[in-house]
Design a protein around this ligand. Structure first.
Ligand SMILES: Nc1ncnc2c1ncn2[C@@H]1O[C@H](COP(=O)(O)OP(=O)(O)OP(=O)(O)O)[C@@H](O)[C@H]1O
Length: 211
């Protein structure tokens, strides 16, 4: 008889609840995110998708419940180098170029092997814009500049808040490729989107938040 081990959850939530003025924004929520998985977080405007990601990365504190990383209680120290959050606000310094922004990110969070900031910018289609101040880039180019961090900074769990916003068709395809490659390499992705998400390997799992 062969026994298959169940997939190990990288990230788990149990009874996770967040309140504002004593009213639940979300929860209690239970979910698990395993290596190789993509979890699509769905819900109407204001249903708490961004709030959930901010709680996971420790920018907000949950009112109840638990978050675990590899089975241990999650804190900011533990999430360092493991969880990468691409927020709706991209966290780019407007006066710096895409290349300078990436160098700052690498200085803070480290760099994957066998890739340079220049190569990452090329992959996201920003060749020729490496040295432009970010403030002079279009909205889609800014988004691409932030996406380049995914290629460079080491992390096995990606939290992507509206990664398709402002991107053209080719940019949307690029994000889908990055997500798929990351999952195929054993990473895990939690993604919010109001738009179409198309993965070559079928439907992602879904977590629905209700407003
Ligand atoms: N800084 C804040 N102060 C007070 N309330 C907030 C704050 N940020 C968000 N909220 C409220 O929390 C709720 C959840 O917001 P959140 O941004 O998580 O929703 P969302 O699902 O990401 O929405 P969208 O689809 O519009 O991006 C909303 O009712 C929102 O008004």
């Amino acid at each position: 008889m062969t026994t298959e081990n169940p997939p190990t959850a990288l990230l788990e939530a149990e009874g996770l609840t967040f309140l504002r003025q004593d009213e639940p924004v979300f929860g209690p929520l239970d979910f698990a995110l395993c290596a190789g998985e993509v979890l699509l977080v769905e819900g109407d405007n204001g249903s708490g998708k961004t709030t959930l990601m901010r709680v996971i990365v420790g920018l907000l504190r949950a009112d109840a419940g638990e978050l675990r990383l590899d089975g241990a209680a999650l804190d900011r120290e533990l999430s360092r180098g493991r969880i990468l959050f691409l927020a709706h606000h991209l966290g780019l310094k407007a006066d710096l170029s895409p290349l300078e922004n990436l160098r700052v990110a690498v200085g803070l969070y480290g760099c994957r092997e066998a890739i340079t900031p220049e190569q990452a910018l090329h992959t996201v289609g920003l060749q020729g814009y490496e040295h432009e101040p970010v403030r002079q880039l279009s909205a889609g180019q800014k988004k691409r500049s932030a996406l380049a961090r995914l290629l460079l900074v080491p992390a096995d769990i990606w939290l992507l808040d509206e990664p398709f916003a402002n991107l053209d068709r080719e940019g949307i395809a690029l994000v889908n490729r990055l997500i798929e490659r990351h999952a195929d390499a054993g990473g895990a992705v939690m993604v919010t989107s109001h738009g179409a998400v198309t993965f070559l390997h079928g439907e992602p799992r879904r977590l629905r938040l209700s407003a």
